[in-house]
Design a protein. Structure first.
Length: 292
């Protein structure tokens, strides 16, 4: 059965200029995640805990701040976590955002609109990050996302918070980052920019499909130099020469202001039976050497 349509582009904050911090409550940031921890938090694993809090005979609170490099219009959250007590009580997750906070404590904060209601306190299945993305919006574009995980006091029991993954879906706000590389859908009329991640869909084993994309330099004044392209996944390769050769890495010498690359063909091959199937989220990365 196909998964629900993605609500937007997933922001790769671990490599895209973001930062993540956590603390006890909303008034106390204490710890920054390392790059490796951010990559794990933006991953899809449900066995290795990234952030946790455990308390006996009292409540447990963990607050997570994600600082974005520019303002984003948030559309959804992909999550893997457990927030509970050993006595059986469920916890809760409160979501807020700020367009002007500089340190996670100052600024104006607005509560998220959650169309599905409260975020489930238990989201731990193998594909929960994909089949149960939580719709989440704000009244304006935000630059800092804050999540408060709360496990209540439940008598003489443990209150526990285990956070495995957090994905942020949406698009950059209009006018943000004028110098950037955009991903265009070359298989769609007019080569529009992708507004959600490319989903190769639910397909039988032993099948192969391809999709064309292009890269565009959004700058009106600067040349993007020495672009490095990487796509590391057992089921995916790409071609810069119309399928003559398939690779996992390549370079583009430069893209002029407002310039667009030639077509890049992405190939997705699902192995024949009997292979382990399930959703994954590999990413096509473009690193810019310099602007001039």
């Amino acid at each position: 059965m196909p998964y629900p349509t993605l609500p937007g582009r997933r922001f790769e904050y671990d490599v895209g200029g973001g930062s993540v911090y956590y603390g006890n409550d909303i008034n106390g940031i204490t710890t920054a995640l390392t790059t490796e921890q951010m990559a794990q938090l933006n991953g899809i694993g449900n066995t290795s805990i990234v952030i946790s809090k455990e308390a006996y005979d009292t409540e447990a609170v963990r607050t997570v701040w994600v600082f974005l490099p520019e303002k984003f219009v948030i559309a959804g959250l992909g999550m893997i976590h457990r927030v509970y007590t050993t006595g059986g009580a469920s916890g809760s997750i409160a979501v807020a955002g700020s367009a002007d906070s500089t340190n996670g404590l100052d600024g104006t904060w607005i509560s998220a609109t959650l169309p599905n209601g409260a975020i489930p306190a238990k989201m731990i299945d193998d594909d929960v990050w994909r089949d149960s993305i939580q719709p989440c919006t704000f009244s304006e574009a935000i630059k800092v996302l804050r999540l408060r995980y709360y496990a209540p006091f439940d008598g003489a029991d443990y209150s526990r918070i285990y956070i495995y993954a957090l994905h942020i879906y949406g698009v950059k706000a209009s006018g943000e980052v004028p110098d950037d590389i955009l991903f265009l859908d070359d298989d769609a009329s007019g080569d529009p920019e992708f507004i959600r991640d490319l989903d190769f869909g639910d397909r039988p084993e032993g099948t192969t499909v391809t999709h064309r994309i292009k890269l565009r330099n959004s700058s009106t004044t600067k040349i993007a130099n020495n672009l490095t392209l990487t796509l590391i996944d057992v089921d995916l390769t790409f071609s810069m020469d119309e399928g003559a050769t398939w690779v996992t890495g390549a370079t583009i010498t430069s893209l002029a202001p407002q310039g667009t690359s030639n077509s890049i063909l992405i190939k997705n091959t699902i192995p024949p039976p009997t292979q382990m199937l399930g959703p994954r989220a590999p990413r096509f990365e473009v690193t810019i050497g310099s602007w001039s």
